[in-house]
Write a protein that binds this ligand. Structure first.
Ligand code: GAR
Length: 194
């Protein structure tokens, strides 16, 4: 059984799907805490499942590094084996990333390296792409540049709006994230090439 800390900034549907999976005693990962950079609506899912939460807002700190230091201390307090960025929308500085190297993964709504950044679904639509997808990757010091663990394709339909396409992508994300965390717990994935 591995211990997982999940960081979110938004509605937390990926978090909720992991919480549901981990209700099954056979699922090999337990969510031990959920953190955010703000009072994200998704924190309610953690409260419902009686999982510890913490909020560390960058507004309280003079620099990104000082913010990340406090965020890291909150994460490490729970001694996680794995930290999952599930819609965490702040870029994490090097002091945070290097302390968790090989234990820090992110889920992103595109087939990286295409459509990096905070508006991947909108950007895919605006580019007129006919397919996009989901990527789960290790986090490095860049933005959406870390080593890719797994990807899954999602087709873009002519009538798709950003909201409709994002919902279709999220359905895939929920399954892919749960199965990836499971594979990490069972050590079925190659470790990060350090
Ligand atoms: C997800 O689609 C995730 O891939 C995306 O934010 C959404 C969070 O949804 N992450 C990024 O865009 C990171 N660059 P959720 O809060 O419902 O899980």
């Amino acid at each position: 059984m591995i211990s997982v800390v999940v960081l979110i900034s938004g509605s937390g549907s990926n978090l909720l799907s992991l919480l549901k999976k981990s209700e099954n005693p056979l699922y090999p990962a337990k969510i031990v805490a959920v953190g955010s950079d703000k009072n994200a609506p998704g924190l309610e899912h953690a409260e419902l499942y009686e999982v510890d939460t913490f909020v560390v807002s960058p507004k309280r700190f003079a620099t990104k590094e000082l913010w990340a230091e406090t965020l890291l201390a909150n994460v490490q307090h729970h001694q996680p084996d794995l930290v999952v960025l599930a819609g965490f929308m702040k870029v994490l500085p090097a002091n945070f990333v290097s302390a968790l190297k090989g234990k820090l993964i992110n889920i992103h709504p595109s087939l990286l390296p295409e459509f990096k950044g905070a508006h991947a679904v909108r950007d895919a639509l605006q580019a007129g792409a006919t397919k996009t997808g989901v990527t789960i990757h290790y986090v490095d010091e860049g933005v959406d540049t870390g080593e890719i663990i797994v990807q899954s394709e999602v087709s873009i339909e002519p009538k798709d709006t950003e909201a409709v396409l994002h919902e279709r992508i999220k359905k895939i994300e929920h399954e892919l994230l749960a199965s990836t965390v499971e594979q990490i717990a069972y050590k079925q994935l190659p470790a990060l090439k350090l």
